[in-house]
Design a protein around this ligand. Sequence first.
Ligand SMILES: *[C@@H]1O[C@H](CO)[C@@H](O)[C@H](O)[C@H]1NC(C)=O
Ligand SMILES: *[C@@H]1O[C@H](CO)[C@@H](O)[C@H](O)[C@H]1NC(C)=O
Ligand SMILES: *[C@@H]1O[C@H](CO)[C@@H](O)[C@H](O)[C@H]1NC(C)=O
Length: 692
Amino acid sequence: MQRIQKEVVIPPQIKPKAPVSDLNLPQRTLQLEGGRVCNALFVLGTQLNVNLFRSAPPGAKSFSVQCSPTVQYKIEPRPSDGSLPTQPLVKMSTLLFTMDTVSKQANESKLSVRYYGEKTEVLATAIVHLTTIGISLDVDADRDGVVEKNNPNKGSWKWGPKGHGAILLVNCDSESVYNKQLDLEREEVTKVSDLKDMSRMILRTSGPDQLPKGYKLVMHINKSDSERIRVFRRQGGTSQSFFNNLLKNFIREFPVVLSHDVLSREVPYKGTGELDFYVEGLRFPDRDFDGLVTVSLSLLEPCSQDFPETPIFTDKVVFRVAPWIMTPNTLKPVEVFVCSVKDNSKFLRSFKDLVARSACKMTVCYEYMNRGDRWMQDEVEFGYIDSPHQRFPVVLDSPRDRELQDFPYNVLLGPDFGYVTREPQDEEVSSLDSFGNLEVSPPVTVNGKSYPLGRIIIGVAFPTTDHGRNMTRVVQDFLWAQKVQEPIALYSDWLIVGHVDEFMTFVPAPDRKGFRLLLASPDAAYKLFRGLQKNGFGKAKQFDGLELAEPILVDDLLSDETFRDENRYVQGCIDWNRDVLKRELGLEEEDIIDLPILFKVSEREMRAAAFYPDMVNMIVLGKNLGIPKPFGPKVNGQCVLEAEMRSLLEPLGLNCIFVDDFATYHLKLGEVHCGSNVRREPFEFKWWNMEH
Ligand SMILES: *[C@@H]1O[C@H](CO)[C@@H](O)[C@H](O)[C@H]1NC(C)=O
Ligand SMILES: *[C@@H]1O[C@H](CO)[C@@H](O)[C@H](O)[C@H]1NC(C)=O
Ligand SMILES: *[C@@H]1O[C@H](CO)[C@@H](O)[C@H](O)[C@H]1NC(C)=O
């Protein structure tokens, strides 16, 4: 004992600085062999674990450890007297060690283990030369727009204001205006501006200028993620030089690192420094994709020639692909879209006044593009995608594909204006796939559960039939997969056209929940008409003075029993939806306003359409409502339907502006809303702050 104590002089600083096991560091097992010198590459933030018993020579009874001051170690099981220079070797004897500074040169630190026999004679010494490097694959996991260093939460994703995890956008806009193509379809970065649509990822390394011979850094993704993301690297580190040689070498400056046919690739190690990567999202969340993707970076250790390298350290980062988000009527309008067709110039003039009053941009889609299709609402739905570093509008193109079919791609898609579509493969597209049948509620809280981005509303067939029309599965799947505006399915197949916007809408309100749900109501209309009759206006006429419709006396309208039955049926259909909406949006009666609207049921189809212009099918531009002019019976020269609308809505601070759409929309089974569309400002609320 004495003799050895003299021989193995342990300098005081080698005592563990901090108990290694208190740090919950990832462990790696290191092979040691008595009588051999080996070298090991050590990654900062990990610990190495040596099974001393396994590597001891036969007959070894005790051991001692010696190491450079940079190494902190610990022996397990904890020796009864840790100050002794040698420790008894037992079956479980384990050496744990770690280092907390990177090496300036290779083999900077050393550690040796000496084994002693029965008589404390030295049996063997195992020596390991250690090189410490720092490796961190970094992303903006705290969602502040900046890629921080080694966020401990970067490898997982959590919703909510206290959550974490990086965010990725689907690069679905087109940087090129003239040679349009979704950027994600190009396997290259062609413009600096394209980088803004990607998420930055930085590989930070520190240590000697080179890795010891044979070691490699490899970045990798799995097969399914390779269909969802692409990774580019900026050559030449983080220098700003790329601004100078923009076009010439641009594509070469940003080589693809990972893509659908390269799942793993070596990346350079350049000592202490940073490598910039850009991650591009390729697919929206969908039925088969929950939105999460992982990028990993591994350090590979050579074994010996003819053997493949083995990974000794892996760092990983997780991204969630940003969902597509719809914007309800309560958000500020930015741009209004409407079609110019052969017969609607009068409508366009009044529509233009309405838009001008609302201080937003009006974009007319002309005949060469719309080819006579006036149903702007039905071909597209405006939404947006958002991340801490970038946000832009994205149009969802309906599989409806009538004459307006090329408008979303050819006109809307552009720099910072994205495009997405879902086309069914083996399902038939019906009228319910038009986006008059796709709406979204304002934010609501339902039984304590909050939907800060509102809930999507679609119309489908009654759950009790198996032959009704439905919104196609691919579109429904897409909507459900976005998660942040959990959809509600209403029953709209009772209508000839079959769109939810034929019987409901939302308007902003200064009180209560910040909005009202407006519902078409035949009962409310009957009540109004009966009141007229009672007050002696039974001879007033619906459609008074209209050439295109036969005026009908209030008395005659009220005495038509078939018509009354039809409207009872319609009220029943709307009431069914009313109950669903109340339940799913957490509404009370005070949150709902019934608008006096009558329907006519077609004998042939047994489906309904609005009898006079469907006032609920309005366009909502802030406080201004563009409402289809109903041509109702007049009392003292005043349309009673208009007056009723005003008395219902003006108390909420709203302006009712009636637009004559009779000939050019109503008679073609649509109204103002069907014939227009609105791009709105995004929510201030950030989707990743939702609680799930
Ligand atoms: C580090 O040590 C190993 C042996 O453990 C040796 O092969 C290697 O050449 C050394 N590297 C340097 C840079 O000294
Ligand atoms: C690939 O990784 C993703 C997470 O990034 C995971 O959801 C998926 O199951 C993985 N796929 C395979 C085939 O391992
Ligand atoms: C229509 O879609 C709804 C909502 O996803 C679904 O519950 C229903 O089963 C579908 N009906 C038919 C007839 O496909």
